[in-house]
Structures are given as structure tokens and as C-alpha cells.
Write a protein that binds this ligand. Structure first.
Ligand SMILES: Cc1cc2nc3c(=O)[nH]c(=O)nc-3n(C[C@H](O)[C@H](O)[C@H](O)COP(=O)(O)O)c2cc1C
Length: 194
């Protein structure tokens, strides 16, 4: 039986860098999710996670109840990450490492951001083994923002109309995965879901 209940899919902005271009991308994608009637969302920013020095991972997840509770409830996640030396920012990894069980059998979609011409394809590829270990299920429809500085005006408005169609395909695929996995979590026996 199809479940038409609204899905909950937060957005995580993966860099704390001052003047980050990725924030424009993340806010734009967040706005596009907010426009959908089949999804509720919430914006998370790694900047807002003050991870104490010397402590790490699931042991301190209760210091971040909003993130913990959001991912417990979530059906999926959108991660917006810049490419830093072909990898992901350490802050993104530190935030993702706060949880584990909460992610299992949930969909995740990636938005890659770069100054160079590859649009974060390399950072997204670098995320694959890490995401797999977290139990998240990755879509194959990424959204890429190469040469990101040229993509937005000073007010954060996207200048390339082609992204309107791209983002709908990106989100449709994520919603399909998230809804399918939600059905699976609720209907197919697994030691991970009671
Ligand atoms: C430490 C560091 C490493 C970077 N490495 C790359 C890279 O490997 N490839 C690339 O296209 N851009 C690279 N950049 C540029 C970023 O992609 C660029 O800053 C872009 O605007 C997205 O990151 P931002 O959200 O921090 O602005 C790097 C930037 C930093 C700060």
C-alpha cells in the first residue's frame, strides 16, 4: 500500500568556512525542498555544532539533541558539500560521526560544490565508502555546482535557469528512494528496525 504521508528530509550544509559559497547553494536547494508538498525539511549547518575538543562521535550525540532527534525522525538527508582537496571538510565528517543507528536504511543525496570545473564530483565519490559505513543509502542523482562563484549574483540568486529542471529530477529521485526505504523500514523485518 503506498504511503503518501509527508517525508522528512533535512539539509546539512557541510562547511563552516567564512564566506563559503556552499551556503548559497544550500539555501537555494533548501528553498526548493520547502516548495514541495510531499516533503518537510529543516536546515542544519555544521557551523552551529560546537564539538568539544577531545570528545567525539556517538558518545556526545546528546549534546546535539536537535540533530539527533531530526535524524531519528528523518526519512532522508541532503548533504551540501564543497570539494576541499578532492575530499570532504573535516567538520562535515565530525557532524556525521555523531550518529550511526539513526541513519540506517535512509536515503541521502549529495550536492557538490567547487571552484573548479568538476562540480564536486570528486568529493561525492570520496564520500561513498563513508556513507556506506553509516548505513545511509545514496542516490545516483547528484546535483553539481562547478565554478560556483559564477552561478549566483551577490544577493544569492541563482543565475542559471537550467538548475530548475535539474533540482526537480534530483529531488524526485531522492523522494522515491526515501519513500521506498520508509516502506521497507516499516514493513520488512530487520534487526535494525523494531
Ligand atoms: C582547503 C580547500 C581546498 C580546496 N580544494 C579544492 C579542490 O580540490 N577542487 C576544487 O575545485 N576546489 C577546491 N577548493 C575551492 C572550493 O571548492 C571553493 O572554495 C568553492 O567555493 C566551494 O567551497 P566553499 O563553500 O568553502 O566556498 C578548495 C578550497 C579550500 C578552502
Amino acid at each position: 500500500m503506498a504511503d503518501n504521508a509527508k517525508l522528512f528530509i533535512p539539509v546539512l550544509l557541510g562547511t563552516p568556512r567564512k564566506n563559503r559559497e556552499s551556503e548559497k547553494v544550500a539555501r537555494w536547494v533548501f528553498g526548493k525542498i520547502e516548495e514541495r508538498e510531499d516533503v518537510e525539511t529543516q536546515f542544519f549547518d555544521v557551523c552551529d555544532f560546537e564539538i568539544p575538543h577531545g570528545e567525539y562521535g556517538q558518545e556526545i550525540k546528546d549534546l546535539f539533541p536537535e540533530w539527533r532527534d531530526a535524524m531519528t525522525k528523518a526519512d532522508g538527508l541532503v548533504i551540501v558539500t564543497p570539494e576541499y582537496n578532492h575530499g570532504y571538510p573535516g567538520s562535515l565528517k565530525a557532524v556525521l560521526d555523531l550518529l550511526l543507528r539513526e541513519y540506517v536504511h535512509k536515503a541521502v543525496a549529495f550536492v557538490g560544490v567547487s571552484a573548479g570545473p568538476w562540480g564536486g564530483t570528486r568529493v561525492i565519490e570520496a564520500c561513498v565508502p563513508m556513507i556506506r559505513e553509516l548505513g545511509l543509502a545514496m542516490t545516483f542523482s547528484d546535483l553539481n555546482f562547478p565554478s560556483v562563484k559564477s552561478k549566483f549574483d551577490d544577493g544569492g540568486n541563482l543565475l542559471d535557469a537550467a538548475y530548475e529542471k535539474r533540482v526537480q529530477g534530483f529531488l524526485d529521485e531522492l523522494v522515491w528512494m526515501a519513500r521506498t526505504l520508509k516502506w521497507g523500514r516499516e514493513n520488512v523485518p530487520s534487526k535494525f528496525h523494531s
